[in-house]
Design a protein around this ligand. Structure first.
Ligand SMILES: Cc1cc2nc3c(=O)[nH]c(=O)nc-3n(C[C@H](O)[C@H](O)[C@H](O)COP(=O)(O)OP(=O)(O)OC[C@H]3O[C@@H](n4cnc5c(N)ncnc54)[C@H](O)[C@@H]3O)c2cc1C
Length: 539
């Protein structure tokens, strides 16, 4: 294919995930003309809501659904996403862990109600919950939130600053532990321990990993609860696209980048698979993973060996990716446990199959061995909160389970195993909600391999786009030397979830990279918070 010039821009962004769109909207507001290139036929990355092709009107959020504290994000406010159509719902009864016995551990927006529920299991644990929340409130507000919303600072410098104040010293002390050690040390009841590990551990952070022990008390102190976007997760994507377009930005769909062009040692544009070339006067920013950016898209001669090796070694899936079961229903799940807990019908996120703390080592062992552990799953019935996601009087629901990508040694095994496993999940769900025997109209599953095929940046289906582990967090995410959103070549930037503070629908990688790119372009960013270093110095 002969290359042909298709346009001249100030900057080009690769991949239209939400981080890229956040970056593009901020840059566009500051003046530069920016193009985003996206291989799919829709922008927003894993902000996906699809209509079931076999059943019109049934919408499914096949990737992200629970968006934590989304409407408290600074970019949500700055980019006026409500004016652009986004509406967020945050159900009061936020999370329910339903036990086989019919008992329910409840997690409410109100801390008092949550503590009341924990006290039904252990008075001592309810007290510990309150103590850790109080101890961590200032740490979350004054350290962790400012750090997540600014480019990270070098680790030595960070430690030195933290050691100067009491909150910082407590944070360092607790972070030295793993989540597992923290929970075992501070809480006694096996159900409480399991719930706490689940809330952060099973979903995001490897519970065995030392250095991440602060995640659980941070969660206890955070007011950011699970939320959903009305109309489906794609509603947020549509609002972001509207913000980008209002700022003069362009998004080219069905445009797969083939090469990042380099001239005179500086990035100068992008060639896509059709052969079209888009020129970038000032920068190219990649919302992709390090292997895609440094190994696939850049000619080898432009990438120093050290960078190639670090990109090659960027790791995924320290904890397993997600398998999802998606249902069309004639009525919402009616949990047996609701007989004694009538409020259960209002629960937003429901966890099933988790009974006690000791299940975790077995789950982790199975993930390591590439086998399917006894099911622990969580999900929701979105239409109970937003009827627009199904035809009148009908419902959709889903459950997720962490399952290995390399099933029995290869992801290819998923093609035979996916339907039987979906059936297993459905049977378990029906044990808790017997009305599902009659109410399921149809269902489908998606495997970690499907995730990777849809979003190749989520290598091996890794929804965080790179594991949270030493050498891959903070100033070292994605790897030492690349932790400040700048690549090794002038004009090359990173903005996706492989950067600090990492994956999930938080948009902060895009938000932080906008601060770096605008500073390098000598353009104002009046919305930018004080640098992390200044925030830590002020404590
Ligand atoms: C099943 C599942 C459930 C999830 N649930 C939640 C949840 O409830 N809450 C939550 O917060 N997070 C959830 N996540 C994680 C979250 O969706 C991701 O962490 C987040 O979407 C990453 O955002 P991003 O902006 O970095 O990129 P992405 O959303 O991954 O978007 C990347 C974009 O780049 C494009 N792309 C890929 N390869 C190329 C290429 N070679 N060239 C150009 N473009 C390319 C893709 O098409 C995509 O549009 C879930 C993920 C999955 C898979």
């Amino acid at each position: 294919m002969v290359s042909q010039s298709s346009g001249l821009y100030d900057g080009i962004i690769l991949g239209a995930g939400h981080n890229s769109l956040v970056l593009q909207a901020y840059l566009g507001k500051a003046g530069p003309k920016i193009l985003c290139l996206e291989p799919r036929d829709v922008a927003g990355g894993a902000l996906t809501t699809i209509e079931d092709p076999r059943h019109p009107g049934f919408l499914h959020n096949t990737h992200s659904f629970f968006h934590r504290g989304l409407n408290q994000m600074p970019w949500y406010r700055d980019l006026e996403l409500e004016r652009h159509g986004a509406v967020y719902l945050e159900p009061e009864f936020n999370v329910a862990l339903i036990l086989k016995s019919g008992e329910v551990l409840e997690w409410w927006k109100s801390f008092e109600k949550t503590a009341e529920s924990f006290a039904c299991f252990s008075l001592r644990d309810a007290k510990a919950l309150r103590q850790w929340r109080e101890r961590f409130l200032p740490i979350v507000e004054r350290i962790l939130i400012p750090e997540s919303q600014s480019p990270p600072i070098p680790l030595d410098r960070r430690r030195a600053l933290l050691e100067k104040c009491a909150e910082g010293r407590l944070l360092l002390e607790v972070s030295a532990l793993s989540s597992l050690e923290f929970v075992q040390k501070e809480f006694e009841h096996p159900v409480v321990q399991a719930a706490l590990l689940f809330f952060n551990g099973l979903r995001e952070v490897d519970l065995r990993c030392k250095g991440l022990g602060h995640h659980i008390p941070s969660l206890l102190a955070s007011d950011r609860k699970a939320q959903m976007c009305r109309g489906g997760s794609a509603g947020l994507a549509r609002a972001l696209v509207a913000a980008v377009q209002e700022s003069g930005g362009e998004i080219e769909l069905q445009a797969k980048p083939r090469r990042i062009l380099v001239e005179n040692g500086r990035v100068s544009g992008v060639e896509i698979d059709s052969g079209d070339v888009f020129r970038a006067r000032r920068f190219v920013a990649s919302g992709l993973n390090p292997q895609q950016t440094f190994l696939n898209l850049l000619d080898e001669t432009w990438v120093p060996r050290e960078w190639r090796e670090k990109a090659q070694n960027f790791r995924y899936n320290l904890i397993a990716p997600l398998f999802t079961l998606n249902l069309n229903l004639s009525e919402p799940p009616d949990y047996r446990a609701a007989a004694n807990h009538p409020r259960l019908k209002d629960a937003f996120m429901v966890i099933l199959g988790l009974e006690r703390f000791e299940q975790f080592p077995e789950i982790v062992r199975c993930h390591g061995a590439g086998t399917i552990p006894p099911t622990v799953m969580w999900g929701s019935c979105p239409t109970q909160f937003d009827p627009s996601q199904a035809p009148p009087r009908k419902h959709t629901a889903f459950m997720w389970e962490k399952l290995p990508y390399h099933l029995h040694g290869s992801p290819a095994h998923w093609s035979d195993e996916k339907e039987p496993h979906g059936q297993t999940m459905l049977e378990l769900w029906t044990e808790y909600a017997p009305n599902m025997r009659e109410s399921v109209l149809d269902w489908f599953v998606r495997t970690p391999l499907d995730t990777e095929r849809t979003f190749p940046n989520m290598r091996e289906g890794d929804l965080l786009v790179g594991a949270f582990m030493h050498g891959q967090i903070g100033y070292h995410r994605p790897f030492p030397g690349a932790g400040h959103y700048r690549g090794h070549l002038p004009g090359l930037y990173l903005c996706g979830s492989s950067c600090h503070p990492g994956g999930n629908i938080a948009g902060l990688a895009g938000y932080n990279s906008a601060q770096v790119v605008l500073a390098d372009l000598h353009l104002p960013a009046p919305w930018a918070p004080p640098p992390a270093e200044a925030s830590l110095q002020r404590i």
